[in-house]
Design a protein around this ligand. Sequence first.
Ligand code: ATP
Length: 220
Amino acid sequence: MGKKQQFAVIGLGRFGGSVCKELVSLGNEVLAIDTDEQKVNDYANIATHAVVADTTDEKVLKSLGIRNFENVIIAIGDNIQASILTTLLIKEIGVKNVYVKAKNNYHHKVLEKIGADKVVHPETDMGRRIAQQMSDENVIDYIELSDEYSIVELIASAKLEGRSLVELNIRARFGITILAVKKADDINISPMPEYEISRGDLLIVIGHNDDIKRFEAQVM
Ligand code: ATP
């Protein structure tokens, strides 16, 4: 695991709250901020510190010492104006990593323009992820590297039982690479060409989405 870092989470709705809890459980120091006193009370025993504050006020941000945080997550939802103003002020103060939750595409565009380092749409991102997983029964999990490239975890079908990587000639035929094979609790990183696949192996594959699809259609 990486070294422990300091995070500030602004807005303790469902998204911000869940980010806050996870960061704490990973052992990080987390300052939780909300204008709503009830929300702040709910997080008083979870976060390292929890404070009632309005982050659209520059003086308030300075008094909280926000510039000492390496990472700030802005999870203000419905009040787009407050989200934008908070992002602007926090980037101006010089925080390095600012992640912001966007409500819609216009909000997203503005956030990027004013310097948000990462803009997330939890509902649409999760919706896409679930749809991708449900529409392809071989796919267990995936990471999008860009619009075109992904790392995908595929479950080996009976058709692959006993076939070796060299015999399947995956890289030459499909232009994709098997990074690792997971079998129960074992993980084999960079498997040898003579590795023989068993039904149920999890193949962790990297490549162009079209090539991964082709591999699935022809081999899986
Ligand atoms: P979710 O879907 O994650 O539950 P949401 O998109 O409905 O959240 P809101 O509930 O609108 O988001 O906002 C999240 C939190 O941000 C709220 O608890 C709200 O009190 C807080 N918030 C709004 N404006 C500010 C502000 N200026 N400073 C600090 N916190 C704020």
